[in-house]
Write a protein that binds this ligand. Structure first.
Ligand SMILES: Nc1ncnc2c1ncn2[C@@H]1O[C@H](COP(=O)(O)OP(=O)(O)OP(=O)(O)O)[C@@H](O)[C@H]1O
Length: 476
C-alpha cells in the first residue's frame, strides 16, 4: 500500500479515495472467488438432473417424490386434497401427516355431510429440489421412481391428455383397471374386440400396415368409453386422449362427430389420427382443413353418438376397421347390470331355503358373468361395483342388504321384464340402481313408476326444445 502511495503522490492524486476503491475491488474479488469455489465444490458432491415437465418421467418422479416420508419436512411443497385417494396415483405422503393420520374407514366417514379428505404434501413442480437420497445416488432415485410407477401401473390404466398450451402430453390420472366382466355387453362382442386387439398387437412383425381403427358408435351412456378403458386394462396399455405420442398405446378420439363431420376436406392419405394434438381438433371444429396421419403401432378407438354425421370417408378400411354399434339397454343387459349392483350370498339348498322366491335364474342369465365374478370388480373404482359382501365398509343404517343369490336372480329377472327393450340407456339404469342401492326389492317394485317419470321428463324436454326452435324460427 505504501508503494502505491509513493507512486501516486508525485502525480498529485487523492490517494485515500483510490485506496478505498482498491480495497473494494480486493474484497469483491475474494467474495466472488469464494462463491465460485463453493459452487464447484457443491457440484462436485451433488449429482444434478434436470427433469423437464413435458417428459412423462416428470410425472413418475413427482409421484414417487410425493410418497417419500421426508417430503413432509421439505420447506417447499404444495398442498392438495384433489387427487388423494385409493384410486388416484398421488397418494398422501407419510411425512407430516402423523398428527391427522386417518385409516381407510375414517376416510369413508362423513363430516357435516361431506367425506373427510386427507391433506397431502406434494413436491412443488416449478422449483429446484435438492434431495439427499441414500448416499446421494441420483441414478438409484430415478430407477426407484420408475420401478414404483410401473408397479402401480399393473393395477391401473394411465390416461394422458394433450396439453394445449405447451403442445405436450400430460398425465391426467390413473384409473383402477375395470374388469371386462363388469361391462354388460354380449360376451361375443367383448371377446371379438379383445381377440382382434390382441391379434393386431401380435402382428407387428408381419410387415403389414401396423395400425387398426375401431369405431364404437351408438346411443349415449351405453358403455363405449367404459369398454375402451376396460380393454386398455386387459391389454396393459395406457390411453392417450387425442395423442400423437409413443407406440403401444390406445389412441382415443371421443365424440368423433364433433371433428370429422361430413364435408370436412381431408388428406387422401389420412388414416384417422390427427397430426397435432389439439390443434387438429381445434382446426376440425373450426371446419377448416384437417390433415391426418396415423403413427404405426397404435390402436385407434373413436366414439360417436351420431354416426350419421360422420364423413363417409372414415369408413374406408385402414381408417376404421371394426365398427361396433351400441344400443340402449336390452332386457338382457338390464338383468346383468342389476346383478352387478346387488351383492348376494350363495343360496342355501332349495329345501332349506327360506326365500319363497328362490326359483332358478332366468335362462338368459347363464350367459352372464356370475355374480361372484362380478364382485371381483370391487377394486375397479366404479361405484357400481362397490358392494361386495364382506367388504370393509362400516356397518351402517345404509348398508346394502345381502340377499340370497336365487332371490337376486329373481329380482333381476323381474327388473329386466319391466325395462322396455332398447328404450332406456344403460347409464340411465345405472343411475336408477345407484339411487336405490340399499333397496333391491323396492327398486324392482318402483321401476315401473321410474320409467313413467323418465318418459314424462323426455316428453317435456322434447316439447321445450320444439318451442325454442319454433320461437327461433319466428324471429326475423
Ligand atoms: N354396457 C354397460 N355395462 C356396464 N356399465 C355401463 C354400460 N353402459 C353404460 N354403463 C355405465 O354408464 C356410465 C356411462 O358409460 P360410458 O361413458 O361408457 O358410455 P358412453 O357410451 O361412452 O357414453 P357417451 O356416448 O355419452 O360418452 C358408466 O358409469 C358406465 O359404468
Amino acid at each position: 500500500m505504501e508503494a502505491v502511495k509513493g507512486f501516486l503522490a508525485p502525480l498529485g492524486l487523492n490517494t485515500s479515495s483510490i485506496q478505498d476503491t482498491l480495497k473494494l475491488v480486493v474484497i469483491g474479488g475474494t467474495v466472488e472467488t469464494a462463491r465460485r469455489a463453493s459452487i464447484s465444490a457443491w457440484n462436485g458432491f451433488v449429482d444434478c438432473a434436470h427433469v423437464h415437465s413435458s417428459l412423462l418421467f416428470f410425472d413418475r418422479l413427482m409421484h414417487w417424490l410425493s410418497k417419500q416420508p421426508a417430503w413432509g419436512r421439505s420447506r417447499e411443497f404444495e398442498i392438495t386434497t384433489r387427487s388423494v385417494g385409493r384410486n388416484q396415483l398421488n397418494q398422501s405422503t407419510t411425512g407430516d401427516l402423523d398428527e391427522e393420520e386417518m385409516d381407510e374407514e375414517d376416510e369413508n366417514e362423513l363430516e357435516h355431510g361431506r367425506r373427510k379428505r386427507k391433506v397431502a404434501f406434494m413436491p412443488s413442480p416449478d422449483t429446484t429440489h435438492t434431495i439427499y437420497y441414500r448416499g446421494h445416488w441420483l441414478k438409484r432415485l430415478v430407477l426407484e421412481a420408475k420401478r414404483e410407477y410401473e408397479k402401480d401401473a399393473e393395477h391401473r390404466v394411465h390416461i394422458f391428455m394433450a396439453d394445449t398450451t405447451y403442445a405436450c402430453w400430460r398425465w391426467n390420472g390413473a384409473r383402477q383397471k375395470r374388469p371386462m366382466n363388469s361391462i354388460v355387453l354380449e360376451p361375443a362382442v367383448k371377446e371379438m374386440l379383445l381377440a382382434d386387439c390382441r391379434d393386431f398387437l401380435r402382428s407387428e412383425d408381419w410387415g403389414i400396415p401396423f395400425r387398426r381403427g375401431y369405431l364404437l358408435h351408438g346411443v349415449p351412456g351405453s358403455g363405449k368409453t367404459s369398454l375402451i378403458h376396460s380393454l386398455a386394462g386387459e391389454l396393459g396399455l395406457d390411453i392417450y386422449v387425442v395423442s400423437l405420442s409413443s407406440k403401444g398405446c390406445i389412441l382415443l378420439l371421443e365424440d368423433l362427430d364433433a371433428a370429422f363431420t361430413r364435408g370436412i376436406s381431408r388428406d387422401s392419405t389420412s388414416t384417422g389420427a390427427p397430426t397435432a394434438p389439439t390443434k387438429a381438433a381445434a382446426e376440425a371444429n373450426d371446419g377448416s382443413t384437417l390433415s391426418l396421419t396415423a403413427a404405426e403401432g397404435r390402436l385407434l378407438f373413436a366414439t360417436t353418438n351420431h354416426i350419421e354425421r360422420l364423413d363417409p370417408a372414415l369408413s374406408r378400411p385402414g381408417r376404421m376397421d371394426v365398427w361396433v354399434n351400441f344400443t340402449n339397454a336390452t332386457k338382457w343387459q338390464a338383468e346383468g347390470i342389476f346383478k352387478c349392483f346387488f351383492p348376494s350370498r350363495p343360496s342355501e339348498s332349495s329345501s332349506s331355503s327360506s326365500s319363497p322366491s328362490s326359483s332358478s335364474p332366468s335362462s338368459s342369465s347363464s350367459a352372464l358373468p356370475s355374480t361372484s365374478s362380478l364382485l371381483l370388480s370391487t377394486s375397479s373404482g366404479d361405484t357400481s361395483q362397490k358392494n361386495p359382501p364382506g367388504s370393509r365398509r362400516k356397518a351402517s343404517a345404509h348398508a346394502v342388504p345381502i340377499l340370497e343369490e336365487a332371490e337376486i336372480a329373481q329380482l333381476a329377472k323381474r327388473f329386466a321384464d319391466a325395462i322396455p327393450e332398447g328404450e332406456m340407456s344403460v347409464a340411465g339404469l345405472q343411475g336408477y340402481l345407484l339411487k336405490n342401492k340399499t333397496r333391491p326389492r323396492e327398486c324392482v317394485e318402483e321401476v315401473g313408476e321410474w320409467i313413467q317419470q323418465e318418459r314424462e321428463a323426455r316428453a317435456r324436454i322434447k316439447r321445450e326444445k320444439e318451442e325454442v326452435s319454433e320461437f327461433a324460427r319466428r324471429q326475423p
